[in-house]
Ligand binder design. Structure first.
Ligand code: ADP
Length: 235
């Protein structure tokens, strides 16, 4: 479904990502982990065609219109914009030339706010609006940069459930390790612009990989299907 081969990217002379190769199957939910500045957003932007790799290839299955195939949620957005919640959610339908946002307004509990200006919302409400827009786009692939950011616990759990049940191929970044690992089918650990580990979280996450990724000591609890992480104190 998505194949990435030998990707290299630099902002001007600053090398950010190198030797990035991986393969994502249809229906995979991949969480991208890494410290601030490790290249998670840059990788998602490359996958969203918002940046072009210096070398290497990103191959998707054939599609007619990119915006009908791949949706992207950025980590931050312009907040000083004069559109209402409903208008923004409807923008997700532009690639389909329709305006049917109502079900997503309701799913994200935004009906009461539909006529409110985006700039007047709390950060959590803005995040739910942008998520509703992304889901309204109804693409088989979603690239989400910190989708859980600003959400309260109830909405975090609802988003987790929605991502699990929508059966889309999803790549997302997150700093909420246990929430993400409770439903991701694959994990990618980025460090110094390279992939330290990629695959089933139970198989690939080790104390060594996590230390390289976060420079923090973790205790790991594993069952056959689940991983839970606990931060210890660094010596
Ligand atoms: P992450 O999402 O893991 O926090 P980013 O992909 O946002 O990391 O950033 C990776 C590195 O690239 C950081 O060192 C950041 O300062 C740098 N960077 C990000 N965007 C730009 C840009 N537009 N121009 C120059 N450097 C950038």
């Amino acid at each position: 479904m998505i194949r990435v081969e030998n990707l290299y990217f630099a902002y001007e002379q600053y090398s950010i990502l190198s030797d990035i190769s991986f393969h994502v199957e249809t229906g995979d939910i991949v969480v991208i982990l890494g410290k601030n500045g490790s290249g998670k957003s840059t990788l998602l932007k490359l996958l969203a065609h918002l940046l072009s790799p210096r070398t290497g290839r990103i191959c998707y299955e054939p599609y007619d219109t990119f915006a009908k195939h791949v949706a992207w949620l950025g980590p931050e957005y312009l907040t000083d914009i004069y559109f209402t919640v409903e208008e923004i959610v409807e923008m997700g339908q532009f690639p389909h030339h329709t305006k049917q946002a109502y079900s997503f307004l309701s799913e994200f509990k935004l009906e009461a706010l539909k006529n409110t200006l985006f700039s007047k919302l709390s950060s959590g409400e803005q995040q739910r609006t942008m998520l509703a827009k992304t889901f309204t786009q109804d693409t088989p692939i979603m690239l989400l940069d910190e989708p859980f950011e600003h959400l309260d616990l109830e909405h975090q759990i609802e988003l987790r459930q929605r991502l699990l049940s929508c059966k889309k191929t999803t790549l997302f970044s997150s700093h909420d390790l246990n929430l993400s690992l409770s439903f991701a089918t694959k994990v990618m650990c980025l460090c110094d612009g390279k992939i330290q580990a990629f695959g089933n979280p139970v198989e690939v996450l080790t104390k060594e990989v996590l230390y390289k990724t976060y420079h923090t000591h973790f205790e790991i609890e594993k069952t056959d299907t689940q991983v839970r992480l606990f931060t210890g104190s660094n010596p």
